[in-house]
Design a protein around this ligand. Sequence first.
Ligand SMILES: [Zn+2]
Length: 124
Amino acid sequence: MGLEDLEIALDLEKEFGIRFDNQDWRGVVTVGDLFDRTQCLVKQRIVDGVICSVGIACKKCQYVLKGLACKGECPECGELYVIEREIDDHVIQEKVIEIVADVCCVKKTMVRLQSRLIEDLNVG
Ligand SMILES: [Zn+2]
């Protein structure tokens, strides 16, 4: 993972409350691969109404909400939170493209799902 990869990963993590590990990043060649991987991690964030990602934290005090229900009160500060179970694929795709374009300093219209991160967008 290069610096720009890392920046893209961090931005996506922050946006969606997910965590990439090196294995998730393996085999990611195109923007479409990155979208697939992000979509997959988003689906795993909440299982049976329970938060399963360490990337989801209380917005007020940053307490990690893993293991708690997707709706409730932060045990640390009492802030009410609601974590959306599903995020529309469209929203995820749009955000992935936006973040890649931002990190690569190109226009959003230059970034397509079939764009290769290294060869076409000079990531890494
Ligand atoms: Zn809190």
